[in-house]
Design a protein around this ligand. Structure first.
Ligand SMILES: [Fe+2]
Length: 141
């Protein structure tokens, strides 16, 4: 493999995003299954923590790629990420304090929100990154 192919391989693009999205969605499915089967709140809490860590890393990768490639819609994309993270944190807090109600609907709503984010906001980003794959990153003056 030549240097160009290698650097393309290492760049953050559609393939990496798809892999990470699949991980997020599978964690959402685990959460739904756990809640539906009446799992203990401590298991749901642990799954939420895993989702939060995975999602945090994934969002940071996207945000870094957006910054490196001077993506115009960075701010609005970031706001969407922050919103999901805040909702997951809220649910975690609710579980920890025993005030969480209707966990299944909330998880379902967050999962649906994520699917829309992937199909619209992330799709636009992946398309942009694919046009930038062979370009060097923008370096701020
Ligand atoms: Fe995103």
């Amino acid at each position: 493999m030549g240097a160009m192919e290698e650097s393309k391989d290492l760049s953050y693009g559609a393939a990496s995003m798809e892999r990470e999205h699949a991980g997020q969605l599978s964690l959402f499915n685990d959460l739904k299954a756990a809640i539906r089967s009446g799992a203990d709140d401590s298991l749901v809490y642990a799954l939420l923590q895993e989702l939060l860590e995975h999602t945090n890393l994934h969002f940071l990768s996207e945000q870094l790629a957006m910054k490196l490639h001077a993506y115009e819609a960075y701010e609005s994309h970031l706001l969407e990420h922050e919103r999901l993270l805040a909702e997951v944190q809220n649910l975690k807090r609710g579980l920890a304090t025993g005030t969480a109600t209707d966990k299944h609907s909330l998880i379902e709503a967050l999962r649906s929100w994520l699917v829309v984010h992937i199909q619209t906001t992330d799709k636009a980003l992946a398309e942009y990154l694919s046009t930038r794959a062979a370009q060097p990153p923008e370096v701020a003056p």
